[in-house]
Design a protein around this ligand. Structure first.
Ligand code: BG6
Length: 350
């Protein structure tokens, strides 16, 4: 996969229903065949979540699971095979359109943050996505048997605020080892011959034991834009990133692997990404936490957003071109004690 848009010969999308009605257990084997995997696919469960919103549950045989709301194409839960939750979801999250769900993995598209004329973080995170039963084949094979394909296309109302036709396909999968993978494929389907440009982020909220015990490795010495200082550009100093105040930075040209080490939990998250050169690091800290209606006053202590993103250099697609951006998350036990862990091993190990 590449950040370079590619014109591919994938067929036009089959129109998907705007909403999914049947609360049922579905095993869309036809979609597995369409993916070209030829492997047996695990059934997915389609049910009602909070406020009656449609929710999909993915389960791997070893016990890991993930939950995805069609509202926002939003992953709200990712659990390891011990049933431990790995993503932060605010106890005050509002599961009601048009408010985006606070926590999990919101999708920021076609605009990250307020870097443009659209609403903050774009509209994909507060639209109802559909299940895509017949996605075009994936170029690369995967061992995942638990996955769901979603699709978002603009409505007439969307076209008034962002006048571009697109098909946004999102595959969410769990590997047998419990890794969570998100692959986005965005295609320009404009019939008027016009290109469009967008920015993007997987706005992942990691669950951490105590933010003051967390360090992020892989971003040290990089340049970043500081959202708290008028997006001014600075260079990161020091060994690794630790937290003792509000942070809202966009690291530029980051490596494909970033590690988030939770000292107290003895757990390391490894974020791998492709097609997404930037990484946003955000924690609102005490004052902003109190100002957010959908976020508990003390919850900033238990979350950290590290967001695989394409912000500095927006992506332009000509009609017929497709862009792909992928994020893969693993949670591995770490026997981290200050000075004992070689971060290179975390970042270089598979
Ligand atoms: C981060 C941005 O990605 O998202 C922050 O860098 C922003 O500036 C945060 O405050 C949360 O955004 P929202 O719209 O979900 O409250």
């Amino acid at each position: 996969m590449s950040s370079t848009p590619q014109a591919t010969a994938a067929p036009a999308a089959t129109a998907a229903p705007a909403t999914v009605r049947a609360p049922a257990t579905v095993a869309p084997g036809s979609a597995a065949a369409a993916s070209g995997s030829g492997r047996e696919r695990l059934p997915i469960e389609l049910c009602k979540g909070i406020n009656g919103l449609d929710k999909i549950v993915l389960r791997e045989v070893r016990g890991s699971s993930a939950e995805v709301y069609l509202y926002g194409g939003h992953v709200t839960s990712w659990k390891n095979d011990h049933g431990e939750e790995l993503l932060f979801l605010s106890s005050k999250a509002i599961f009601k359109p048009p408010k985006a769900i606070r926590g999990g993995i919101p999708i920021c598209f076609p605009q990250f943050s307020n870097h443009g004329s659209l609403e903050q973080h774009g509209f994909a995170r507060n639209r109802i996505w559909s299940i895509d039963n017949d996605p075009p084949p994936f170029p690369t094979s995967t061992s995942a048997k638990a996955f769901v394909d979603l699709i978002l296309k603009p409505t007439e109302e969307d076209l008034k605020i962002w006048p571009h036709s697109f098909e946004f396909r999102l595959r969410i999968s769990l590997s047998p080892a419990g890794d969570l993978m998100l692959t986005s494929r965005i295609r320009n389907t404009n019939a008027d011959g016009k290109p469009f440009t967008f920015t993007f982020a997987y706005h992942t909220y990691f669950s951490v034991s105590d933010i003051s015990e967390v360090r992020v490795e892989g971003l040290e010495t990089l340049d970043y834009l500081d959202n708290l200082q008028n997006k001014e550009r600075f260079t990161e100093q020091g060994d690794a990133i630790t937290f003792e105040a509000e942070v809202d930075k966009i690291y530029l040209g980051t490596p494909t692997k970033i590690a988030i080490l939770d000292h107290e939990k003895k757990r390391t998250f490894v974020l791998r990404k492709d097609g997404l050169p930037d990484a946003v690091v955000w924690n609102p800290w005490e004052k902003k936490a109190k100002a957010m209606a959908d976020f508990g006053d003390e919850e900033y202590k238990h979350m950290l957003c590290v967001e695989a993103a394409a912000v500095e250099k927006p992506i332009t697609l000509k009609p017929g071109e497709e862009w792909r951006g992928r994020q893969e998350l693993s949670a591995v036990p770490s026997s981290y004690c200050s000075g004992q862990l070689d971060p290179r091993r975390v970042l270089l190990g598979s």
